[in-house]
Ligand binder design. Sequence first.
Ligand SMILES: Cc1cc2nc3c(=O)[nH]c(=O)nc-3n(C[C@H](O)[C@H](O)[C@H](O)COP(=O)(O)OP(=O)(O)OC[C@H]3O[C@@H](n4cnc5c(N)ncnc54)[C@H](O)[C@@H]3O)c2cc1C
Length: 463
Amino acid sequence: MSIESSSAIIIGSGISGLTAAHKLQNAGYSVTVLEGSERVGGAMYTHSENRWLAEYGPNTILETHAKIKNLITELGLDEEKIYPGSVSSSRFIVKDKTLVPLPLSPTGFFTSPLFNWKSKLNLIREPFIPKWQNNYEESLSEFVLRRLGQNFLDYAVNPFVAGVYAGDPHKLSVRHALPKLYQLEQDYGSLIKGQVKKAKLPAQNEEIPRNKAKMFSFRKGLKELPETLASKLKTPIQFNAIVKHGQKVENGWQVEFQQNNESKTLTAENLIYAGTGHQLANCKIINNKELDLSFGNEIEYPPVSVITLGYHQDQVQHGLNGFGLLVPGVENLQILGALFNSSLFPGRAPENHVSLTVFIGGVRQPELALETEEKRLEIAMQDLGILLGITGSPTFVFHKQWKKAIPQYNVGYGEIKSKFQRLEKDNIGLYFTGNYREGISVADTILHALQTADQIISTNNIN
Ligand SMILES: Cc1cc2nc3c(=O)[nH]c(=O)nc-3n(C[C@H](O)[C@H](O)[C@H](O)COP(=O)(O)OP(=O)(O)OC[C@H]3O[C@@H](n4cnc5c(N)ncnc54)[C@H](O)[C@@H]3O)c2cc1C
C-alpha cells in the first residue's frame, strides 16, 4: 500500500481539529477531516432565530496570543469580529441573593462588601506565606485556603471556576487547572509579588497576559470561526463519520469509519485525534498491539445545561450593565451563573428586548443539568426572578444540554497528560489535540492545535 507523504487524517471537526487541519493544509499537507456528527464546530456552534442569537457552548474567545489574532486575520474574519463594550469589565458575584460588583482594583477589594475583614487581612499577609514545597499535589481549594482563606475561596474562586470549568475547586488541581496561578507561587513565592513583578516584565513569545487580552466574538456568533475554517479545506469534511478503529500500517495509519451504514477506510501518514477525551475510550487503535485508551474514561466530564432566554426589557428590573453574574456554591441557588448577552454584543436580541444565557449543573449540581427541559427552564426562571427581578415568561427560549461538557483537570491530571505524551512518543505519526491537553479555553485549544501541526511539520521535515 502506498501512502501519500505529507498527508493527515484528523478525527473531529471542533475548533482543535479544524485549526490543525488549516495549518497543515497551508504547509502543503493533504488533509481529510472525519466528523462523527452532521456539523462542524463541536462545542462551538450558534443558533439564530428571528433576530435572537444563542450560543451552544462558548460565548467569547480571549485573545491571549498573537497567533489567535493572526489566525482570524488570515481567515479574512477581521471585519466580522466584534468586541464587547466597556460594560463587559463589570462582573457580578451573588452575595445574600443580591448582585455585588467584583472589585477590579486593590482599593475596590478593601472596600467591597463581598469580602470580610479576615479576607482583607489575608491579602496583606499573602506575600509573607511561604511557598509550597511538598510533593503532595494540592487541589485548588487547598491552595487558596493556605494563601487567601475561606472567604476568598467562597466568593472569588468558587464562582470563578464554576464559570470557567463548571468545576469544583475541591477537585480541580491548582497545578493543572490554573497553571499560571500555580507558577506565580513557584516563581515568586507569592501571588501578589508575582503579579506585580510579572506586570513589569516584557510579554513573552507574543503572549498577551489575561488581564490585557481582549475578548471577542463574531457578528453572526462564534460558529463563524469553525465554518470559515471548514470552507477553506480543499477536501470536504466527511460528516456522520464516526471513527472507531485505527491501525498502524507501513509508513502511516489506516482508519476505519462508519458512514451511512457503510464501512469505509482511509490511510495517511499522520493521524490526529481531535475528538473528546471521553469518546477516545470508545476507539480502538492498534500498533502491533492495542493501545490503552481506556484512561479517556477517567477524565471527569460533568453535564452542563445552557439556556438562552429572551425577555422584553420591561420585564427585567436589573440594568444588566455587565458581563454577567456568577453564583458561589455557598449561596444555595440552583444556577451556576448567567451571561448578559445582549449587553455584551449588539444584535443578539430584537429591539427593546434583552437576552441572557444561564448555565445549570456542572460538578456542583450535575443532576440539575440532566432534568427535563421544562424543569431546567423553571430553575432558570426561578433564580433569575430572585436575582434580576425578572417577571413573566420569556419570549424566546433556546436549550442546549451537554451530557459531557468540559474536561476537569482534577488532582492527578498530570498522569493523564503523561499518558498522552507517552502515546505520541511511542507511536510515530499519531497525535492528540483537544481541550483535554493544555487548557480548556478556545484560546488554549487553538494554541495546542497549532503546536501539534507545527510538531508534525517539523518532524516530517527532519525525516
Ligand atoms: C457550555 C460550554 C461553555 C463554554 N464556554 C467557553 C467560553 O466562553 N470561552 C472559552 O474559551 N471556552 C469555552 N468553553 C470551552 C470550549 O468551547 C471547548 O473547550 C472547545 O470548544 C473544545 O474544542 P475541541 O475541538 O477540543 O473539542 P469539541 O468542540 O468537543 O470537538 C470535538 C469534535 O470531535 C468529534 N468526534 C469525537 N470523537 C469522534 C470520533 N470517534 N469520530 C469522529 N468524530 C469524533 C465530535 O463530534 C466533535 O465535533 C465552553 C464549553 C462548553 C461546553
